[in-house]
Ligand binder design. Sequence first.
Ligand SMILES: *Cc1c(COP(=O)(O)O)cnc(C)c1O
Length: 449
Amino acid sequence: MFSGNEGDMPVNTGSKPDISREKSKELYEKAKTYFPGGVNSPVRAFKSVYGTPLFIQKGDGCFVWDADGNQFIDFCGSWGPLILGHNPPKVREKVIETMQNGMSFGAPTALENELAELIIKNNKHVEKIRFTSSGTEAVMSAIRLARGYTKRDKILKFEGCYHGHSDSLLVKAGSGLVTFGETSSLGVPKSFAEETIVIPLNDTEALTQAFAQFKDQLAAVIIEGIPANNGLLIQDPAYIEFLQKICKDNGTLLIFDEVITGFRLGFEGAAGYYNAKPDIVTYGKILGGGLPVGMYGASAEIMGHISPDGGVYQAGTLSGNPVAMSAGIAQLTELLKSGFYKELNAKATEFAEGIQRFATARSYKFKVFHVGSIFWFAFTDKDKIQCAEDIDPASMEKFKVMHRELLNRGIYLGPSGYEVGFVSAAHTKIELEKAKRAILEALDIVFRK
Ligand SMILES: *Cc1c(COP(=O)(O)O)cnc(C)c1O
C-alpha cells in the first residue's frame, strides 16, 4: 500500500475521462426551472468548479452515490455535520424510533432535556442553552443576546469568517460569497452593515484600533472558533488570548461561532482546543446529526436575558424538534465514547501529512493545512495562511483542475477551493489510502508541465 514515502510514488497516470453526469444534468435542468441557480444553497451550484452539480442519491459510511450511479469517497460530509459518516445506523435507528411517536409538538419533550444534558455536562463553556433550527439562527440570536445584554449596538467580525446569512453578518463574509467574488449581499440595508465592523484576522493592531475607535459601542466580537469557511485560517493561541483580553477590558462579549468546530475539534470545540473562555458560543452542523439543529449557549447569567426569563426575544416553531433532537443525542453519544476524537484526529493527521510529504518531495506549491479532522488544500508555498488576504484567488484555478480529476477518480470534495474537507469516523484507512493515491495523481496533473 502506498505510504506517502518518496520511493513509492504513483506514476503520472494522465487525466481520466469524465464520469457520466447524464441524470444529474437532467435533474439540474429541471431544478433550474424551480430554484434560483437550480439549488437551495448557492455553493452547491458548482459555479467554481467544472461541470454541473452532482445530484446525490444516497450516502452510506464514507461513500455517496450520485443519480448516475457514480460512487465517491466523500470529504464534504454535508459541509461538516456528518462526523460519523453517512447514515450511521445508531443515528438512523434513534430517529426512526422517535418518529413512531410523531414529528413535532410545539411543546417541550424529554428529548430536549436529554440532548441539553449531554452537552452541558460535558462542556464547561455553557451553563444554559437554547436550541434553534440552523446555525444562522443560532448566530443571529447570539448577536441579539450580546446587544441586549451589553445595551450596545455595534459588533465586530473578521474578514474571511462566515457566520450564516443574517443581515448584520453578510458583510464581507467568506464561504460562497468569496467564491463568487462578492464582498457583501444586495438587500442588506447600509444602516445594518454600518453596525458591523470588519477587520482582518490575526492582526492585533487592527483589533486595538477598532476598539480605540468604537470604544463603549462594541457589544460583541464574533470569530469562528477556527475560521474554516474561507480556507482554514488557524489562529495562533497568543492572538486568541489577546482577543479575549481586549474584549474583557472593554466590556465586550466574545462570541465563538463553533458551528463547524463545535464537536469537531473535540467535544468542547475550539474553546476547548485553545482553552479559551468565550462569553457566548454557537453550535450547529454536527449537533444535529444531519438534521437541522443549531444552538447558542452561555453562562446562566447571560442566558437569563433570553425570553421568557429576560427581554431578548427569540423563538422557533420547530426549535428543539424531537426528531432532530434524537439525531443529536445519538450522534453526540458516540462522540463521547472514550478515544473517539483521538482516533479520528490521528487518522486525519496521517492522511493530511501523507499528502503533504508527497507534495513536498515533488516540490509542488501545495499545502495541506489541517487541524483535528478538518483539512484544506491550498495551492501556495506559504507555511501559514492566517487571514483571508493571504489566499491567492488565482490559485483557485488549480483547485478546479484538481476537483475534476478527483471526481473522475471517485473522490468528492466540496465544490470550491475555499472550502475545507472533513474526515469522518467512517473513513477507514483503506479508503483514506485510496483517496490519498487519487489526490496524488490529481496533483501530478495539476502541476504537469
Ligand atoms: C455553517 C455555518 C453557519 C451557518 O449555519 P447554517 O446551519 O448553514 O445556517 C454559521 N457559522 C459557521 C461558522 C458555519 O460554518
